[in-house]
Every structure is written in C-alpha cells, then in structure tokens.
Design a protein. Structure first.
Lengths: 144, 294, 809
C-alpha cells in the first residue's frame, strides 16, 4: 500500500534534521514506543504497543536509517512482528526549506501481513497515514 | 478462533462501571451489544484483559422526548429505536437508517452507545449523528461532558471517549416531517453488509418549497462520517430542482474532506463516484417522498 | 421382475434427513465426543513465502493445559510427502518443513485440554521466518527471475503439456473465415460449506493402527494417500465419517492433509486429538478451485460453424500441487468441446506454482474455467459474424442422431438432444420477447443484456483423467489407472428389514432419501421402512479409490450399484421363493413386494418370509445356494471408464448431461450494480429421481456460481496476503441476492446407468459463470466494453463503463 504526503514544521531545516536523527526524540515521538535502542549506527531495535480501538498489539521490530544525505533526505526502513501480524514499511523522507518553514515530504510503502491483512484491509492505508501524521505531530512537539 | 482469557465484571450502575474502568486500567473494555467487540475478540484481534459488561445497567436504557430532542440512554438497542413510534414520528430518518444495520438479530443486540463509540466511518448511527448534530453525553471520573458529533468522531474507529470514560446518553434533535424532506441511501455489496458509501439527507423546507437548511452526511469517504458543507450551502435558500440536486451532488463528492480509501471491494474513484451518485439519489428520494406526501 | 414399476423414484418423497437436521439432532464431526479427547490448534504462517529457520516450542510446552506440540520436523520424520500425478511432485507434507509457501500453511500443532488453551499456547511459539519474495500472478510466476517455490522442481511449473486432436490449427485456420481470440481470467473461489473441516484421530501403539474420524467426501483418494504418506498399510487406518456432513461442494475432496497431520499428532502426543477448523482457517487454507488464465481462440466459418478451438490454459494450484490435481486441467478432457461438434482441438496446459492457498475438485471442477473461455469466445465469434448467440449455438450443436457421439478428445456422450433442450430454455426465458425488450431498453439508454450458455455436464469421473498429466511416453512406464466404481451392499436381516450400506457418504444431497425410494421400488416396500446407513466406515463396507461423493456421481454411479445389489438380492429371493413354493424360478412373479407362483397370487409370500427362510432355516436353502442370509453386493464400474489412449484421448467422465442457461440482466450505469430480470435454467440430468432434491441441487449450484461470478473470491495482495479471510470480505450470496430462476428439465435417460439418471449436482456451477459473463458483456456491448474476468463487482463494472465512456468522449 503506497502512502505519501507532506507535513510542515515551523522550524528551520537543520533543526528538523537533527531532531529526526536523535534517538531520544524518535523514542518520544514514535506512537506507542516503549523502547528504542540504537544497536549500530543508524540501526534500531524497537518495541511498540500500538493499535486502534480495541485492536491493540505489542510489536517487536527493527528499523534503520539509510541513504542519509544530511540535511535533506534519508530512507526509513523497518518492520515489526506481533501477535496480530506483521508490518513492514519503507519511506523516503525529504526536507526542504520554504521561508521560515521546513516542508517534510514522505513517499513510501506499507505492507501488512497476518491477521491484520485479513480483517482491516480497508483501513490500513488510512490508518498507516494517520499514525505517520501522529508521529510528525509528536515530532513537532519535540521541536518546540 | 477462541478469545484470550479475560476477567469479567457486571456493574449495575454507571458509577460502578466508572470505578471499574479506573481501577482496571487501560486493559479494560466496555461490553455492550458485543456486535463489534466480540467479533474482534473471537479473531484475537482484540485481547482485552478485562471485560466490563454494562448490559445490566438499567439506568442506561431509556428513550424519551424532552422538548425538541429525543433523549436516548446509551444502552438502548438499535431495534428499540427502529420500531419506536416516537422515533418514527419525530426523527424518521434515524429509524430508516437503522433498518440498514446488518440483519435483524444484530439489531436486537447492538446498542446506540456501542456503535457510536466504535466509530466506524460507514456505520449508520454515527452517520446519522453527524447528519443530525446529535449531542453525546460522556461520564468520567471528573463528571460529565457533552460533545457535538463533529467533536465526537476523531478518526478511524476512534471516538473522543477516553479509556476511563463511558458514553451514557445521546440527544437527537427532532424535526417536523411535514416540513422536512429526508432520506438514507447506501450502496453495499450485499443486503446487510457494511456500506461502501452511505448518504443521509435532511432538508428543512418552507411553505414555498425553498430549502431553509440542508444537512448532508456522508459515510465511507473519510476517516469519520463527514458533512458536505459546501453542498449544503449550495442548497440553502434555494428552491429544490433536479439541476440543483445534480450540482450539490457533484460538489459533495469533491469537497476537501472527501478522501476515500481503496480496498479489495472498491477503488477510491468508485467510492468518490458513489458519493456523487448517492447524494444525488438521496436528495431526489427525499424530495420526491416529500412532494408525494404534501 | 422388480423395479419396472416406478412408484417412488421420480416423486418428491419428503427428505428423511430433514427432521433430524432441522431439530438439531444431526451427528456432525463436532458432535463426536470420545473419552479423554484433547483439542488441537494449528499455528499458521503469516507469510506467503518464507524460509522456516526455527520453530521454538519451549515456552508453549510449559503453557497451562498443554499436552504436546508437534512441528514440521516431527511430521517429516513420521511421514512422506503426499504422492501426486505429475512428473516431479512437490514435497507436500501436512505441515511446513523447510519453507512456508502460502499464508495459512500449518507450521506447528498444539494439543491442550481445550481449544482456548491450545490457542493461548500458539501465541507462545516463536518462529524464525526469513521472508522471501512472493509471487501470486500466474504469468509472472513463470517469467525468468520469479521467486521459485520448490527447489526440487527448479521452476514454478508443476505441469506443462501440449495436446493436438484432429487437424492441426494452422491448416484449419486456412479454411476459416474468422479467427476470434481473447484472453480470459477465471477467479479462485471456494465452496464455503457451513461445516468446516474436522478430524478426530487416535493411535494405538499396540496395533500400530489409527482411527481417523473426518468429514471428507468419501474415502476417495484421501484414505489411500494418507496411508501412503504415513507409510502404513491402508487397513491400519480406520476411516470413519459420521452420519451428517454439513456440505462439501468439493472442498472436502482431494487431499485433506489434516487427516495425516492429526494422525501424526495423535501418535506423537499419545492422546485422542480433535481438531475443528475455524472459518478463518477454512477461508485461507482449505481448498478452492484453481484460478486460470486462458488465451482462447476459435476458428470459425462465416456461416457460424466453429472449426477448431485453440487454447493455452494456465492454472495455479497454489503453493503445492496435491492429488487429484492436475485434474483441474484434465477432468474436462472428454467434454472439452462441450455440446458442439468441433473435431479439431489444440491445447497447451500449464499448471503453475504461486504463493496462494491450495486447490481441490470444487463443484464444477475445471469445467467452469473451461466453459467461461469457450462460451465467451463463442459469443464473441457470433458478434464478429453478426449472428445471434443462440443461432451460432444451434449451428454447432451435436445433433441427436449423432448419439452416441465420441468427442475429438475421447469423451463418450451416450445420449442427449441438445438442440431441443436448448430450445426449451429459450422458450422458458421467452427469448424473442426478451430481445424486443432489450431493443426498447437500449433505445432508452439502459444497459440490458441477455447471456446464454449451453454446456455438457460431465459426471462420474473416470480416474484415468489424472494420467493425462503425464505424457504418453511417461505413461508407458507406469501402471494404468482407470475406473469409476461405487459400491453398495443391500442386506435383508432375519426379520425382513432392508438396510443399505454405500461406499460413499452424503453432505446434504439427500442420498438416504433417494436410496430409500430406489429400494422401495425394487422391493415393493415403503421408503419409510428402508434404512440407509450414511456413515462411512472403511472397516465394514466395500470402497475403493474411486468411491466418494464428488463429480455428481451418486445419481449415476451410486444408484447403479445400489440397483444392481438390490436386484442380486431379489434374484436370490426369487430362487428361495421358488424353492419354498415348489415351482421353477421362471414361474415366480414378484409384484408389489410379494412373491407368488404364476397364476396363484393368493398363495403369495412376502420378503419377511423369504428372509426368515434364508436366516432361520439355513439348511433348507435351494440346491446350489451356498450362502445363508439374503444380500446383494456390487461395486459397479462403467465399462466406458478406460485408460487414456496414445493420442491422449480419454473418456474423462461416464455420463454427460446438458445444461442451458438464459439470463437477462440490467446494469445500473451509475453504480455498476447488476439486477437479474429473468433467468431460465434447463437441465438434462437423465431420469429425475426426486424432483425436489434435484431442484435443490440446481438452485444450490446456481447460487454458488453467482457467488463465484459476482461476490466470492479468495483474493490476495501482491505479497500473497489473503484479503478475504473472514465472511466480512469473502462474500457468499445470501437469500437476498438470489434471483428468481425458472428451472425446467429435459430428460434423456442415460443408457449406461440402471435408472437412466445422470449427475445433477454440478450442472449450473459450470454454466452460470459463462452465462453471467455473456449477459454482462451483452449489456455493455453498446459501450464497447468487454467482460473477460470474474468476479464482476459493481466497482469493476463501473470502471469498465467509465473507461468506455471516456474513450468515446
């Protein structure tokens, strides 16, 4: 499932870039993140407890930051597995300064498997997008 | 599949239920009609460690008229609303919408509170709540608060009811069928299925057939049910004609907040197209039935 | 002579099964409780394609109530892969061993005190998967670079063969005036019985023998192949099917790996194990029909005569191929040209591996896929020639005077009058009137279409068709396979009561009722008094590799062996009567249940008296009669069930009926929704044994086919995730979606079966998908949109209309 969109931060690009590369801020902003650990530079182990409505699950996974081109773009790739199924995704994130603001553009792909794929299919695209927006909103809070 | 193990409580008052929600923490779920929750539990998609069964809370089961509102306790069954003479007389579009909910056995169990809190963007009662600007009263540890429908539905399957709160009452504005044209139309794969797209239309008209106010609510084209505000504005103050209906339908499908999903059953383009078709057909049906009865 | 007067056969004698079924007194798999029985739950793969690196069951073993856990390692030790009739079979075990190849493939089994605890323990099993790229598209699967599912095969091609019958295609094309070609996609859908799979297995270490209760459709191939997989003698596995099975529709045929799996689980854990499949498991991992891509061509003369069919058919059986596949492509060999007199056929068949669920002989088995292509191309040919689709069919039907007719591909049609039966259907739908109606509707801009289909309905499989998967050369190195036997024992007990025991079990088709009617006519008794045992127990009856309720065989094959066994019994009774009445056997008259000497009806004796003599006074049997008691047995196999010949011709079935559908539809242009305005369905199933039951079969196959054509699909995303694993998304038509159908019959009694009946169970499963395809295509014809795939959902139809309108703008 392809997801794409933009988010505007009222903050200079370098600051956005730094925050998006900081483990501390990522852990605070990732929805449902219980633990985020950098095992190697750019590679992380993550434990999330997320869901929607009554459908909550604990996910254990990994993600990495790749193709890093500071302060403009990087690729986020990762996935997690939990009892409700597994999630795999990758997104190309790019930043661009526009006046006082930084426009973040994301373009990615989300794959869902297991139970979730069989019963929530209609909403997966929308929910993925929503969680990503939640992540950006949280990052916004971290930036201020 | 079989659900995971859970602890089970049956409070008999709202206070007891709230206390349990507080003490049991975020692993507790309210069980009302069970038509959504139990299915999720049987898939093991939902694994609540605690079930608080509120079906014994008699004080939540009521249906009465108060001024220009129908006041409904959250535990009132869909079937009760469907056949209620009060609802049929004072808010017939709600009764009609409810006939679209699944199948009869489901409506005997499902509750108005349960379906509102479940907040499915294609569910009939949430769509009607948006169309009617219903008000939802929520009880919590620090007292009660009332939310309008537009504040109540946040996103997919998410209402504003917090984990330690309980929806207790719904207030639905009544209208005079003699001056109101209404309809509820949807498109679904099979009889009784979740709607792919649904449209509720309520037009208040004056004695000259001019639309004084229009309400058009769409389900299935956004994360929550939405109102087609621009289409409504187009109709307000105008005489209803076929070409005006056509214009309003085109507008409704094209508004900013229309962002349909795609899935195996239907593409996003199809859903958007059905928003237009159903708005048109719904408005036409409302108008034709109104003219026919006057 | 008995059986000539049909008092009961042919009437709608009320079904005997219904009272117990409607009052909840049936005995289904889940009703069976055995002492100390435990419950199994299966851990299934969430990945469509992955290497299975490790299955850690240590935590699961400690969970409350857990008796034991079985993994693929155990299954590999305890069993061999299931045999399959292709050159290089897949290593198909009942549990994943090195890799998982479809979502839902079993990975481990937990046995616990109850199903809840078993599922809790599943959550504790840690599986280390190495996900691999998946492939779900049939054509992509055989492109270079596609992920290969089975290393031992080296490619994703399970089977690939060429067939040429009659004159070669290129030569025929020179004579043709038009060659019509199109590519068709047929979908993957299921039967959705109300009752899912269920197995109870026990193992006795002392006898080294198993007892396996299951709800399969007969012993058929599963019993023998399960025994072969477990490496045991077949008689060391007692196979018991309870009285009632809640529907099969073919998904309970083929290989049902859970019998083997639960047997291994019972052996390893040392307990009696019950496993009842839940709906999600069923929708992901039981069985469906094959989906198929067909490149179809027809060479036609301008007068409408079809000179040849050419097709490249590409099926997929999913992550593995299991018996009786490759039958999906070959079951229809004999009736490949259907009801038409076409002597030249060119076929290329692929059966391909994809990361999807597995297949079985679903109702229709291969014929809906075939006829969708052939009937659509026939309509396309008619359109190209400016002919009415009814006219082109009349031009091509095999004529009644050509019967018995051997098709170009080896099918032996014994009887039938296709033009007359088809005309009956056209009359029933008021065809000319409907074409007028369509004209008026089109003038108003409405999309009204009429779809026709006329097909032969093969029943009673000759298992020789499976051998067609191998080349003539390969077959020379193997033993021949052929046959269609079905067994019956008719026995009369010491007090004269009649009991019938068959080699197959029903899944709701009403066998008990029909058998009672047949026996009532043969013996001159009342059907209420006949007892039919619907249980199948491999230890107490005759059965074979061919016996089971599949390919609509009961009505032709089952009834024939029942009649033969009954008549054997009566022949013996005649001899005993002659002996008791002291006359010659030729002088015995058997009428209305009584035996008497010619001219002396007042001195009649009844069956009870005869049985009494046979049982109670065994020393006083007629001269030459060695056996006491009164019984008859038969395992009749049709002589027309021969192995394939060296030209790959095979009579793949034994009786061939005929089905004609005429469907009038209207498409709502704005929403893509379809309404059925009128529908006529005419069936030639030979002699009708019970009109009400046949009507049920016809309507049932129609509803199932509406499902496959418009609602149902086992759908996957491009990563092989199953999107329709619940009834919220796998949509079975309900009573509200069922249109009114006018059903009628055209009886041409078969000359091969005892009662003249042919199969009636599958008919419309095969004819309705093409008829709906043709109807929708006809409705959309003014827009120039083409129907070449199913299911046609409103969203898809809307897009076709939208695209067509955009083109004209």
């Amino acid at each position: 499932m392809k997801i794409e969109g933009t988010y505007t931060f009222k903050v200079p690009q370098q600051k956005v870039w730094d925050t998006f590369n900081s483990v501390e801020h990522l852990q605070a902003a990732l929805p449902g993140c219980q633990k985020l650990e950098e095992t190697e530079p750019g590679k992380f182990d993550v434990f999330l407890k997320i869901g929607i409505s009554a459908v909550k699950g604990k996910y254990k996974g990994k993600f990495e930051i790749a193709d890093s081109q500071p302060p403009n773009s990087y690729k986020l790739m990762g996935g997690g597995k939990g009892l409700p199924g597994y999630v795999k995704g990758e997104a190309a994130i790019s930043l661009a300064q526009e006046g006082e603001d930084t426009i973040l553009t994301y373009d990615g792909d989300v794959q869902v498997g297991g139970l979730l794929a069989g019963i929530g299919q209609r909403m997966i695209g929308g929910i993925s997008k929503m969680m990503l927006e939640q992540f950006f909103k949280n990052m916004d809070k971290e930036l201020s | 599949m079989k659900p995971t193990a859970f602890e089970y409580f049956t409070p008999s008052t709202v206070q007891e239920a709230l206390q349990l929600l507080e003490s049991q923490g975020d692993e507790a779920k309210i069980l009302a009609g069970g038509q959504s929750l139990v299915a999720m539990m049987n898939f093991r998609a939902a694994r609540p460690e605690v079930l608080i069964d509120i079906n014994n809370i008699k004080e939540l089961d009521y249906l009465k008229e108060e001024g220009d509102e129908i006041v409904v306790g959250a535990l009132t069954r869909e079937r009760t609303l469907e056949v209620s003479p009060l609802v049929k007389e004072k808010c017939p579009v709600l009764a009609k919408a409810i006939t679209h909910i699944g199948h009869l056995p489901i409506r005997f169990r499902g509750t108005i509170g349960g379906t509102l809190v479940h907040a499915d963007n294609t569910a009939e009662i949430p769509i009607m709540a948006m169309a009617l600007d219903a008000k939802m009263k929520i009880a919590g540890p620090s007292g009660e608060r009332v939310l309008k429908a537009s504040e109540f539905f946040l996103t997919y399957l998410t209402s504003a009811v917090e984990e330690n709160e309980l929806l207790v009452e719904v207030r639905i504005p009544t209208f005079d069928p003699k001056t109101t044209a209404w309809s509820y139309v949807d498109i679904a794969r099979r009889s009784g299925d979740f709607a792919i797209v649904a449209v509720a239309s309520i037009l208040t008209l004056n004695t000259k057939g001019v639309c004084r106010s229009a309400r058009i609510a769409l389900g299935g084209v956004a994360p929550t049910p939405i109102r087609a505000k621009e289409a409504e504005a187009l109709l307000t103050g105008q005489k209803i004609t076929d070409s005006l209906i056509e214009e309003a339908a085109i507008k409704a499908a094209d508004e900013d907040n229309v962002d349909p999903d795609a899935d195996y059953h239907a593409t996003a383009e199809y859903r958007r197209a059905m928003a237009k078709v159903l708005t048109k057909r719904g408005l036409k049906e409302a108008w034709t039935n109104f003219e026919g009865s006057n | 002579m008995s059986g000539e007067k049909k008092k009961w056969v042919g009437t709608s004698y009320k079904r005997k099964e219904d009272m117990r079924l409607l009052t909840g007194r049936g005995t289904f798999m889940d009703d069976i409780m055995l002492p100390n029985m435990k419950h199994a739950a299966i851990l299934r793969s969430p990945y469509a394609h992955a290497r299975l690196l490790d299955v850690d069951i240590s935590e699961a073993l400690k969970a409350p109530g857990v008796i034991g856990v079985v993994t693929g390692e155990d299954v590999k030790q305890e069993s061999k892969p299931f045999p399959c009739g292709v050159t290089i079979p897949t290593k198909y075990y009942s549990c994943a061993v090195d890799k998982v190849r479809f979502v839902g493939e079993p990975v481990a089994v937990v046995v616990a005190d109850n199903r809840y605890l078993a599922e809790d323990a599943l959550d504790l099993i840690e599986v280390d998967y190495e996900p691999l790229e998946a492939v779900v598209n049939i054509e992509k699967a055989i492109e270079p670079g596609a992920p290969v599912l089975h290393e031992n095969i080296g490619s994703n091609i399970y089977n690939h063969r060429f067939f040429k019958y009659g004159t070669d295609w290129d030569t025929v094309c020179q004579e043709a005036d038009e060659v019509v070609k199109w590519k068709f996609n047929f979908p993957k859908y299921a039967g959705s019985p109300i009752e899912t799979y269920g197995v109870i297995a026990t193992y006795s270490p002392y006898d080294k023998a198993y007892v396996v209760y299951n709800n399969y459709q007969g012993p058929f191939v599963n019993h023998a192949l399960t025994a072969m997989a477990l490496g045991i003698a077949e008689n060391k596995m007692r196979w018991i099917i309870p009285t009632d099975v809640g529907g099969g529709f073919g998904c309970k045929t083929g290989i049902y790996p859970y019998c083997a799996l639960m047997s291994i689980v019972a052996k390893k854990t040392g307990v009696t194990v019950k496993w009842i499949e839940d709906r999600r498991e069923h929708l992901m991992a039981s069985a469906t029909c094959t989906d198929r891509v067909t490149y179809m061509e027809a060479a036609v003369r301008k007068d409408g005569k079809i000179l040849a069919f050419k097709d490249k058919a590409m099926d997929t059986t999913g992550g593995y191929i299991r018996a009786p596949e490759p039958g999906c492509a070959y079951r229809s060999t004999g009736n490949h040209t259907g009801a038409y007199d076409i002597r030249n056929v060119d076929r290329e068949v692929y059966i391909v591996a994809t990361n999807k669920g597995l297949t079985a002989p679903l109702r229709g088995y291969g014929c809906q896929e075939l006829y969708f292509s052939t009937e659509r191309i026939t309509d396309m040919a008619a359109a190209k020639l400016g002919m009415d689709p009814a006219e082109i069919r009349f031009k091509n039907f095999i004529q009644p005077e050509q019967m018995p007719y051997t098709t170009a591909t080896g099918g032996y049609y014994d009887v039938g009058n296709y033009p007359a039966a088809f005309q009956k259907c056209l009359d029933l739908v008021e065809y000319d009137k409907m074409r007028e109606y369509q004209k008026k509707a089109r003038a108003e801009g409405r999309l009204v279409g009429i779809g026709l289909a006329s097909v032969t309905d093969p029943s009673v499989t000759n298992i020789a068709y499976v051998a067609i998967g191998k080349t003539v050369e390969e077959r020379k190195n193997e033993r021949d396979k052929s046959g269609s036997g079905e067994a019956a024992i008719v026995k009369v007990d010491p007090l004269g009561g009649i009991t019938v025991i068959c080699s197959t079990n029903p899944q709701g088709q009403g066998h008990e009722t029909v058998i009672s009617q047949i026996i009532a006519d043969e013996f001159g008794v009342h059907p209420d008094d006949v007892v039919v045992d619907s249980v199948v127990d491999s230890s107490d009856r005759l059965y074979s590799i061919t016996t089971g309720s599949f390919s609509s065989r009961f009505a032709s094959s089952g009834t024939t062996s029942i009649v033969k066994a009954a008549r054997q019994c009566i022949e013996k009774a005649n001899k005993i009567a002659a002996h008791l009445l002291k006359v010659e056997v030729e002088d015995i008259v058997f009428e209305e249940g009584k035996f008497f000497a010619k001219g002396k009806p007042e001195k009649a004796i009844n069956l009870r008296h005869i049985a009494g003599a046979a049982h109670w006074n065994q020393s006083n049997l007629p001269e030459g009669m060695e056996d006491a008691g009164l019984f008859g047995t038969s395992m009749y196999t049709f002589p027309t069930s021969q192995p394939p010949d060296d030209q790959d011709r095979v009579n793949s079935s034994n009786t061939y009926g005929f089905v004609a559908e005429a469907i009038v539809v209207e498409i709502d242009q704005e929403t893509g929704q379809v309404s059925f305005l009128k529908w006529a369905s005419v069936h030639d199933a030979g002699t009708i044994l019970n009109p009400q039951i046949v009507r049920g079969q016809v309507l049932g196959s129609i509803v199932g086919a509406i499902g496959g054509s418009m609602y149902e699909e086992q759908a996957y995303d491009e990563n092989g995730q199953c999107l329709t694993a619940s009834f919220a998304d796998y949509l079975c038509p309900t009573a509200m979606e069922m249109p009114k159908v006018d059903v009628d019959h055209f009886e041409s009694p078969s000359v091969l079966t005892a009662l003249g009946s042919k199969g009636a169970g599958e008919g419309s499963s095969m004819s309705v998908p093409p008829a709906i395809g043709n109807a929708l295509a006809d409705a959309l014809a003014p827009l120039g949109a083409v129907i070449d795939e199913l299911p046609m959902t409103p969203s898809k139809i809307w897009h076709l209309i939208d695209k067509a309108k955009a083109k004209t703008n």
